[in-house]
Structures are given as C-alpha cells and as structure tokens.
Design a protein around this ligand. Structure first.
Ligand SMILES: Nc1ncnc2c1ncn2[C@@H]1O[C@H](COP(=O)(O)OP(=O)(O)OP(=O)(O)O)[C@@H](O)[C@H]1O
Ligand SMILES: [Mg+2]
Length: 253
C-alpha cells in the first residue's frame, strides 16, 4: 500500500507547492508510481504539472463531496510516473460543505483508500491554513513534511504546526509522523537565515533534512511552463536540490 505524505505549513508562500511538485516528479522519474493530490483551491500544483484548471472533468472537490470516486478524479500527467488529482477554485466551497457531511475529517482518507494500492507514494499539497482541508490531508497521511523559510516568525509557526500535528495524531490519526522539516529558499548571505538555521538545528536536529533548497530563479519559472524543475531545467541548482531531497525522503519513509 502506498505511503501517504502531506506537505503542510499554515504559512503562505513558503514552498509547499514547489516541494510537492518537485519531490513527486523526482520520485516518479526514479520508476516509482506517484500520485499528487492538490488540496488547495488555488490549484497551483495542478497548473504546475501542466493540467488546465479551467477544463477538468472531475476535481478533488467532486471527490470529497462524493460526486465521483478517486479513480475517476485521477489524471495522468505527461511526466514519468506522475498522476494527479487536480483542484481548482471550486474546492473553496468545500470548506463549508464538508462541515455538514458525515465523517468530515475522513473524506480524503476514505476516498484515497480505494486506490492506495496502485501507487508507491501519494503526496498531498495542503493550503496555507489549518482548516478542514489540511485536517483531511493530515488524517489521510502516514507522514508530514514541513517546508519552511528561515524568517523571523518561522519558529513560532512551527511550534503551532507541531501542536496541530499532535492533536490530529491524538484525535483522528495515530499513524501520523513528522517525516522532516525542509528549509526552502535558503540564502546563506542573510544573517537571519543563519540564526534561524541555528535554532532549527538546536530544537529539531533529528527532523531537519540535511539538504536545504536554495533560492533559485529557475524553480520559480518552471510552474509557468507547467513543468517540474527536472523537466524545465534538469541541470539547475534547484533541480539538483530537489533530487537530493527526494532521495532523503525515500530513505526516511
Ligand atoms: N527555492 C526557491 N527559489 C525561488 N523561488 C521559489 C523557491 N521555492 C518557491 N519559490 C517561489 O515562491 C513562491 C511561493 O512558493 P510556493 O507556491 O511553493 O509556496 P506555497 O507554500 O505553496 O504557497 P501557498 O501557501 O500560497 O500555497 C512561488 O512563486 C514559487 O515559485
Ligand atoms: Mg501552495
């Protein structure tokens, strides 16, 4: 049965989607069967792997409210080993609709359980909040990867998030483990970056990925071409970094 891993952080714009796309596609390129699940109404993961958000048959929203099965929501991408359950803005409505449905925290887990055998890994990209969509993602997951940027409030956000993870583990999903903390958009020339790195090493040393993802303009360009970095610019620093992270992820899970 495939391992399910979420990319979560309630802070916005810190590299969840970039990490989800590029780690998934790197692992897919290594011959594993990978499913990406877009749980963000912004649909950045969806468009980032070349799927048109405006014209999709079924989306994660249809699946969550029971209008289609997971198998019916899966779309193959043009990249090796990589399929996706896409999202678009219709998912924004699910926040409210899910609240009135039975087993509202388990909707994603139950839907994915029917196709979990067909994949080696299922990676879920979460929205920047700790609402019902992220709760569904964490309830469905064996592990969570926390991407983060070395900023002033990053550590405060991190303790809030690890608290939420503990709560979900206790209430809904005892299997949930923290796979690792991934530093993104790393810039060693900033003093603040180095200070935050020191703190991270002090408090989370066993959880910190040894690879950090540097700030690399090619990583920010790739989504506008609908391509993971491995296909957009294989020899860029960003591509090398995510390949190394993917190998670490495989070692950890
Ligand atoms: N290592 C990097 N180097 C340069 N740009 C990056 C890097 N990682 C991410 N970006 C860019 O930073 C922006 C935010 O990244 P991303 O969309 O992955 O964050 P997010 O956490 O998913 O955001 P949101 O919370 O809105 O979903 C994007 O424009 C992305 O292309
Ligand atoms: Mg995102």
């Amino acid at each position: 049965m495939g391992k399910v891993i979420s990319f979560a952080n309630q802070k916005g714009g810190i590299g969840k989607t970039t990490s989800a796309i590029n780690i998934s596609s790197a692992i897919g390129s290594m011959g594993r069967r990978v499913l990406l699940v877009d749980m963000d109404p912004q649909g950045n993961t969806t468009s980032g792997v070349g799927i048109n958000k405006k014209n999709m048959r079924n989306s994660i929203y249809d699946m969550l409210i029971g209008r289609c099965t997971a198998a019916e929501a899966v779309v193959k991408t043009e990249f090796a080993g990589l399929s996706i359950i896409p999202a678009n803005i219709s998912l924004a409505g699910a926040e409210f609709e899910l609240v009135s449905l039975d087993g509202r925290e388990n909707r994603l887990r139950d839907a994915l359980s029917l196709i979990q055998d067909e994949y080696d890994f299922i990676f879920i990209d979460c929205p920047p909040s700790l609402g019902i969509l992220t709760i569904n993602a964490l309830t469905a997951s064996d592990g969570v990867i926390i991407p983060m940027q070395c900023e002033y409030f990053a550590l405060e956000g991190l303790s809030q998030l690890t608290y939420t993870i503990k709560q979900i583990k206790r209430l809904y999903n005892p299997r949930l483990e923290l796979v690792g903390i991934l530093v993104t958009m790393y810039n060693a020339r900033l003093n603040l970056t180095l200070q935050v790195m020191d703190e991270l090493k002090k408090y989370y040393s066993d959880k910190l990925f040894s690879t950090t993802v540097v700030r690399n303009v090619r990583l920010s360009e790739a989504p506008s071409y609908g391509q993971p970095i491995l296909y957009y610019d294989k020899f860029s620093k960003g591509s090398k970094a995510y390949m190394d992270v993917a190998i670490e992820v495989l070692e950890r899970i």
